[in-house]
Design a protein around this ligand. Sequence first.
Ligand code: FMN
Length: 363
Amino acid sequence: MFLRPLLFQLDPETAHNATVSACRVAAKIPLLPWICERSLTFRAPELCTEVAGLRFPNPIGLAAGWDKSGKALNFLDRLGFGTVEIGSVSACPSEGNPKPRLFRLPDDRAIQVHYGLPNDGVETVADRVESARLRIPVGVNLVATNHGPQVPASSEEEILDDYATSIARVHAYADYLTLNLSCPNAEGGRDVFSEPGTLRRLLERVQPLNVACPVFLKVAPETDAKIHERWLMEIDPFECVKGFMFNLPSGQPRSLKLKTPANIWKNRPGAIAGRPVADWIDRCIASLYPRLDHSRQTIIGSGGVFSGEDAYRKIRLGASIVQIYTAMIYEGPKVVTRINRELLELLRRDGFECVQDAVGVGV
Ligand SMILES: Cc1cc2nc3c(=O)[nH]c(=O)nc-3n(C[C@H](O)[C@H](O)[C@H](O)COP(=O)(O)O)c2cc1C
């Protein structure tokens, strides 16, 4: 893409904001959305899939964190995705963490992120989702408000209230909700959901809201079977929960084995996204998939997907939908078309009639 070298001259957050603004403006230019859709959409019946009662024209989605407040929502269905997820959105607007908070690690095709959940708050975002008319399923990712380091950490009660407020405000307009239970870098935030019982208490709080759409849980990237069993036990009574996704590992775990010298990234805050996390998330998916009740729960996989082969691997390990983020930064929206085309070739090569038939066959 000719714009990429230009964007890479800018600081990463400025480039990100400029791209979101450009998409918002592009939605209003006559014919442009149509032209983008014509050039970027790759259709094939084998790629259509159904997950949690929703129909997806292809299994490649935009991950949360790109359009945090749904500002570009009216354009995102023109970029070839099968679904888009906006957010994370919290009950109150938030500035997120102090800047700088986004860094490129190009040698690793990675991003170091310490945004800390800046967003316009659920009131504003719910209005945007309500007025948007998209032809693909739209997920809204919800998280507890990051009030910043000066404010004392919220109690469990306050955190659960925060989710309940957001869910009540937006569930009627979203095609699905993701509850982000594990943001790796909210300043001052506690990982309350690592404590047994908190997830169950959250879902008990959500139950009376009669949520109108499927709910996914974005959890910490755990491979430990005991932790998976505990999640499954805690969600068991709650029919609205339709599956899981894994968030980024927090901090900069040694096992990511970055090519970028440690002196560049070690002293910066933030989690690593992109190619280095692919294997880690693949292990999480492969470990959780066999434990799921497949008539009730599915997995949405993200982490280091840059090619059809990467997406296919996650699907074979158990993901029904695959999301991308960092690949969009390094390759632009054409990557979605390429991933879908390559994925179709792999499905055909291995004799699968549709994506669904390949889910979990590699476990
Ligand atoms: C800059 C950036 C911001 C992100 N913000 C969020 C967020 O607000 N909420 C969330 O659930 N995940 C967020 N994520 C995680 C992504 O949704 C995704 O799970 C992760 O980046 C792995 O995919 P990737 O390797 O294709 O980037 C963010 C990731 C990046 C790179």
